[in-house]
Design a protein. Structure first.
Length: 268
């Protein structure tokens, strides 16, 4: 079983809940990324979701769009992202790393080359926002051959037929986007999340994790109560923006915040 699946299955088997932490590679500057990845793990993150900077991140709200822009000022590329994962793996071989981004840079690199380089770097999964499962056959097959799992998205508007397709195609976990809109938008409705996750569970043999709108301990706890874990991105990235230029303060503030999320999830 691949590392991402194994990690999440072990959590589920122990009645634990996953905490997935998202940052953008190279934000606010390249030297902080790997240090922050280690800090996230130390603070309680079970999985790291590493955003690949892209010029047109259409699923992202203003906070994460700005993070992409800050990274692109340093010309951070897909190759650089893989190098950061490889550096992280020098002292952490256990924590799953999932690349989240858009298909365009991968198409430029080529599926075979990407699969080979991502595997060599230690990538465990991908979430490609603009690649629906119906069009992902060649891509997913090449990654699966290298033990890299492909995660797909469910939304509040997803029909039952569509949910079945998404859940059948997903590997590792299924990502439920809890809000209509972009990252960081709106107010999370825990009752609605519970209803949707409950409905989608009939189609998924994998853990269902919830992201978008999880911004503090209360929302993380509420989400974890009705799903298999929470994905937190904009709230972390916003702290990074507030502390850019002061690496020590950035890492300390993010570490404290993520540790608080961990406690809230575990103490629910």
């Amino acid at each position: 079983m691949a590392k991402l699946s194994t990690t999440l299955k072990n959590l589920v088997d122990k009645n634990g809940k996953a905490l997935v932490a998202y940052i953008v590679a190279g934000d606010p500057e390249p030297g902080v990324t790997v240090k922050l990845m280690h800090a996230l793990v130390h603070s309680g993150a079970d999985v790291i979701e590493l955003g690949v900077p892209f010029s047109d991140p259409e699923a992202e709200g203003p906070v994460i769009q700005l993070a992409h822009e800050r990274a692109l000022v340093h010309n951070i590329s897909l190759v650089d992202c893989l190098a950061m994962v490889r550096q992280f793996r020098e002292s952490n071989s256990e924590t799953p790393v999932v690349l989240m981004g858009y298909l365009n840079p991968i198409e430029v690199m080529g599926y075979d080359v990407f699969a080979e380089k991502a595997s060599a770097a230690g990538v465990n999964g991908t979430i490609i926002v603009n690649l629906p499962p119906e069009e992902a056959g060649d891509y997913a097959n090449r990654l699966e051959d290298k033990g890299i799992e492909t995660v797909y998205l469910l939304a509040p508007t997803t029909t039952d037929d569509r949910a079945r397709t998404v859940c059948d195609a997903s590997r590792g976990f299924v990502y439920y986007v809890s809000l209509k809109g972009t990252t960081g938008a709106g107010h999370l409705d825990a009752a609605d999340v519970a209803e949707k996750v409950g409905r989608f569970r009939q189609y998924s043999h994998l853990p269902i994790l919830v992201g978008f709108g999880v911004r503090d301990g209360n929302s993380a706890s509420a989400v974890a109560e009705v799903s298999d874990g929470a994905v937190v991105g904009s709230a972390i990235v916003n702290l990074m923006a507030e502390n850019q230029g002061n690496e020590a303060a950035l890492i300390a503030s993010v570490s404290e915040f993520v540790a608080g999320l961990r406690r809230a999830i575990d103490d629910r």
